[in-house]
Write a new protein. Structure first.
Length: 446
């Protein structure tokens, strides 16, 4: 009897690693800059704060006009409670004060929730600014935003304290203009109008994949080959011994609509020589069926017997009898160009299978490209361009050629993603995944 398995809800949750952090867990400014995020300038920060303060003060105008005079007379003992309650303006003053307090609370809560969920207040929305978590570059969280606002507005009773907090980013140019309130809340104010909007999930995902792919594909440092005559460098580059096995390498990818001939022309094996006979004029030979062996006949011996079908080579050719008739070696099979595999299959993320028997151009409404026939793919999110990518089945797999799409084409192999440049040929093998916008297709056979 097998041991009982633990319930699935008891399995430990795996936290997603946070990109853009150093070994100490601190954010790396260069990573955010590579994504396209831009710090908000001091002028735009000041303008956004002025708009928020202006909206708050505008909301207090009815209270100042209709309620504050009567309440001020009560606070300065210029009127008693009896006179306050029986004052002709008492009802208006109380209603205006209550409505003002209610609208003020609603404004503050709305500002906090909007800054928590979408990173903006009214002023930041008007200036195109967003507040994000400085580590994750996503929404900061409610309590971080609340603590940030408290640090700004708690010293408002001194007036000077709030002004000092709002002006603190001027002294933090080396820390991406993060002020005291930003550091307290572990937040960062970015400019979504002049840079990447961190709350645009699609573009942020593409930017993260692009940066990760460029870092993963960065070539290693090669050793220096510069050495003096007779100089011995320990640990330096040493060329390996020569090999007589010829040149080994990988064929370069050809252009989208043309193939590069691999190898040198004119080096095919020569026609096999005849032993014990003179050369035969072959200009009158007739080619046999394609791919088959040509039926060749030789001149019969004067005695009427056919020539023996033996191949003579090496030393045996020197000792062969002079009267033995010559034989032909079997002719070489004609070389045929490798054809694409008609069984090449793509499995889309919605379970649909596509059989590729020739080149296709994929997109939402693709136009024909060369000999590639159009193949439209449904995309509710409109992440695929009209003419996105060309797929060309070959013997080794599928050639993937991005056509300058907006959201790009990714090739995933063994968990590693590579962003393809427009017009560059990449080879997708069996088991690889091709990401086209938000859609994906896996190569099943090639």
């Amino acid at each position: 009897m097998s041991s009982p398995q633990a319930p699935i809800w008891e399995l430990p949750d795996r936290e997603q690693p946070i990109e853009g952090l150093d070994s100490l867990g601190q954010p790396v400014p260069e990573y955010a800059a590579a994504l396209g995020l831009v710090s908000a300038s001091p002028g735009r920060r000041a303008a956004a704060a002025a708009i928020d303060i202006g909206v708050f003060l505008l909301l207090q105008v009815p209270f100042v006009v209709w309620s504050l005079p009567l309440f001020w007379r009560l606070l300065t003992d210029r009127i008693t409670w009896y006179g306050f309650v029986n004052h002709p303006d008492f009802l208006i003053a109380v209603i205006v004060a209550g409505v003002t307090v209610l609208l003020t609370i609603l404004l503050l809560v709305t500002q906090l929730v909007a800054q928590w969920r979408w990173g903006f207040t009214l002023g930041k929305l008007a200036l195109g600014l967003r507040v994000v978590n400085v580590r994750t570059l996503e929404h900061a969280g409610f309590w971080r935003v609340a603590w940030r606002a408290l640090v700004v507005w708690a010293p408002v009773v001194t007036v000077v304290g709030t002004i000092a907090v709002l002006a603190s980013p001027l002294s933090a140019k080396g820390d991406r203009l993060r002020g005291w309130h930003d550091r307290a809340g572990h937040t960062w104010l970015v400019d979504a109008r002049n840079g990447l909007n961190p709350f645009d999930r699609k573009r942020m995902r593409i930017a993260r994949k692009t940066v990760s792919s460029s870092v993963a594909l960065r070539s290693r440092d090669l050793p220096s080959l510069a050495t003096g005559a007779g100089e011995e460098v320990s640990g330096g580059y040493r060329p390996g011994a020569r090999s007589s096995a010829g040149v080994l390498g990988v064929a370069r990818p050809h252009a989208p609509f043309g193939r590069v001939t691999i190898g040198l022309a004119g080096l095919e094996p020569a026609e096999p020589a005849l032993v014990g006979s003179t050369p035969v004029d072959r200009t009158g030979d007739v080619a046999g069926p394609p791919g088959g062996t040509q039926d060749r006949r030789v001149e019969q011996h004067p005695t009427g017997k056919r020539a023996a079908g033996k191949r003579v080579a090496g030393k045996r050719a020197a000792t062969a009898p002079a009267n033995e008739p010559a034989t032909f070696a079997p002719p070489q099979q004609p070389r045929t160009t490798e054809q694409p595999d008609d069984r090449c299959t793509l499995l889309l993320d919605d379970g649909q299978r596509l059989q590729l028997s020739g080149p296709v151009v994929v997109g939402r409404a693709p136009a024909p490209v060369g000999d590639a026939r159009p193949l439209a793919i449904a995309d509710p999110g409109s992440s695929i361009s009209k003419t996105h990518v060309v797929l060309r089945p070959v013997v080794a797999g599928i050639e993937v050629i991005d056509q300058g799409s907006t959201n790009g084409t990714l090739l995933v192999r063994d968990g590693r993603e590579q962003l393809l440049a427009a017009g560059v040929v990449a080879l997708a093998r069996s088991g690889d995944t091709i990401r086209i916008g938000d859609r994906s297709a896996r190569v099943l056979s090639a």
